[in-house]
Write a protein that binds this ligand. Structure first.
Ligand code: NAG
Ligand code: NAG
Ligand code: NAG
Ligand code: NAG
Ligand code: NAG
Ligand code: NAG
Ligand code: NAG
Ligand code: NAG
Ligand code: NAG
Ligand code: NAG
Ligand code: NAG
Ligand code: NAG
Length: 392
């Protein structure tokens, strides 16, 4: 396996011994921060968790400010938090990073940091669901489910077991593959998964990396998809899924070969500009965290029978179905519910180059644009565990 967790190791090794002569315990530190009183009251509803945090070593708490909680005022999800202690614990656990990570440890290359969220009802990522941490300009930003962002407003508040960063939004626990496809308008993929009876597999297989073609990608080769047998469609979909490896931009290196669920291999190519390709398709929105791994949105449907890697001179993805032509209607969407969200991850601002990075750096693709809209933000806020409240 060619993956390397360079950035993560760098962070983990940074864990420094705490000088506790001047630091207070978690309770005292939280109480002394008046802008964290909402978080403090939610934590007090989870006495087991606060006890665990007080005795844990080397943690980083991403602490939503009262202003962050105020944005949720009046939503059903906020109500749900008060009524469902399991959901509350999961959400709070997702706000605790495993390790002491100071603001200075976070660079303009995205790192994917494990949290204490390991409960299988909310996450199927071995070692804990992650958040993406990245420095953009002079702002320290964390991306959670649906690429929703939270920015650090007060960094490096020390306490005995680690450090607290105050953030301006409540994080979103990553959603299932299906709910993420709904929110990201990946309706053709969703329909294709349904047509092959693969939704359960996509949602429940732990530790997956999924390359998700856009609706336009399916549409542009519609003629080739029209008469496929279910088995053929299933093989094509299986060629988009890697099981047992969650490959974030920080670990997908130039030349990496990934074995897919269908058996065939995919090749990652990174060009001189840092643009990432999987075979000849371009990754246009990387690192969409999902409950059981990560989704990278790509601009072409991959073909298990046409496995060429991108050429170094490629400037955009190339279709892998020669001779196929586009169709009027997006394939596999007939009879499907229309997405209620007006989110298009391919819109302006998305894309691998949207974070500032050193010229010539090819190891990072950075964070893409958030998918949040008012509607999806509220409905999806607490991710997988909240699905029952929002009617998916
Ligand atoms: C922190 O405090 C504990 C108990 O008060 C003490 O045993 C430990 O040596 C201290 N650690 C440091 C690094 O000062
Ligand atoms: C912190 O507060 C919680 C409950 O609010 C309590 O269970 C815990 O013992 C306290 N920890 C310390 C170190 O005071
Ligand atoms: C946050 O605290 C303020 C002031 O105590 C309170 O009015 C508000 O209801 C709290 N919000 C939540 C979400 O608990
Ligand atoms: C915290 O990290 C330090 C340094 O890596 C390590 O020595 C210590 O055992 C860790 N503490 C806990 C509770 O894991
Ligand atoms: C934190 O990470 C360490 C080392 O990877 C692991 O042993 C430990 O179980 C993790 N803690 C939690 C609460 O996940
Ligand atoms: C994790 O996988 C199990 C089955 O292996 C499934 O029951 C559970 O719903 C999954 N959790 C999430 C959050 O999708
Ligand atoms: C961050 O940068 C902006 C301009 O790019 C500047 O106005 C602001 O003061 C900076 N903030 C900090 C904390 O340095
Ligand atoms: C955070 O999300 C908001 C909208 O949800 C967006 O306007 C803003 O550009 C995002 N910031 C970053 C750093 O991604
Ligand atoms: C927090 O702890 C770090 C590491 O021990 C130290 O460098 C820093 O000065 C401390 N910050 C404050 C405000 O005490
Ligand atoms: C990636 O690998 C290809 C093929 O070996 C090479 O042409 C290209 O320059 C490499 N890209 C980077 C950024 O090193
Ligand atoms: C899913 O597929 C079944 C047939 O396998 C079909 O009856 C159903 O309408 C499809 N659902 C959606 C949302 O496309
Ligand atoms: C979803 O994608 C389709 C096909 O590309 C597009 O026509 C539609 O406007 C998109 N819907 C939303 C809500 O963005």
């Amino acid at each position: 396996m060619q993956f390397k967790h360079l950035t993560l190791l760098a962070l983990a090794s940074y864990v420094a011994a705490q000088d506790n002569s001047t630091t207070q315990d978690l309770n005292a530190t939280l109480s002394s921060q008046s802008n964290l009183s909402n978080l403090t009251s939610f934590l007090s509803l989870s006495p087991g968790l606060i006890q665990a945090l007080s005795s844990a070593g080397n943690i980083t708490i991403l602490a939503p400010s009262n202003d962050a909680f105020a944005e949720l005022q009046g939503t059903p999800e906020l109500q749900a938090l008060s009524n469902d202690s399991s959901l509350l614990s999961a959400l709070l656990q997702y706000h605790v990073l495993n390790g002491t990570i100071r603001a200075a440890d976070i660079t303009n290359t995205s790192a994917f940091v494990p949290t204490l969220l390991t409960n299988g009802s909310y996450s199927n990522v071995t070692g804990g669901q992650v958040v993406e941490a990245v420095l953009i300009g002079n702002e320290t930003v964390f991306y959670s489910g649906l690429l929703q962002n939270a920015t650090v407003t007060q960094a490096d508040v020390n306490f005995t077991n680690g450090v607290i960063h105050v953030i301006d939004s409540v994080l979103t626990v990553p959603l299932s593959v299906l709910d993420t496809a709904n929110a990201a308008n990946l309706t053709a993929l969703r329909g294709a998964l349904n047509a092959t009876d693969s939704i359960g597999v996509a949602n429940d297989t732990p530790d997956v990396t999924i390359f998700a073609p856009t609706n336009e990608a399916f549409q542009s080769i519609g003629s080739a998809l029209a008469n496929l047998s279910t088995d053929d469609l299933a093989s094509i979909l299986a060629y988009h899924v890697v099981e047992g490896t969650v490959g974030y931009s920080s670990t997908l290196e130039n030349g990496t070969s990934l074995q897919t669920a269908g058996g065939g291999n995919l090749t990652i190519t990174i060009d001189a500009n840092g643009t990432v390709f999987v075979n000849a398709a371009e990754v246009i929105t990387p690192n969409v965290l999902v409950a059981n791994g990560v989704v990278h949105i790509i601009d072409n449907v991959l073909n298990p029978n046409a496995t060429e890697a991108a050429t170094p001179s490629a400037t955009e993805g190339a279709p892998a179905y020669t001779g196929a032509s586009s169709v009027t209607d997006v394939p596999f969407t007939s009879g499907q519910p229309t997405p209620t969200t007006s989110v298009n991850p391919t819109s302006e601002g998305a894309g691998p180059a949207s974070t500032e990075q050193a010229a010539g750096s090819s190891s990072s693709t950075g964070a893409a644009a958030p998918m949040k809209t008012g509607a999806v933000g509220a409905a999806a806020l607490f991710g997988a565990g909240a699905a029952m409240f929002v009617g998916y």
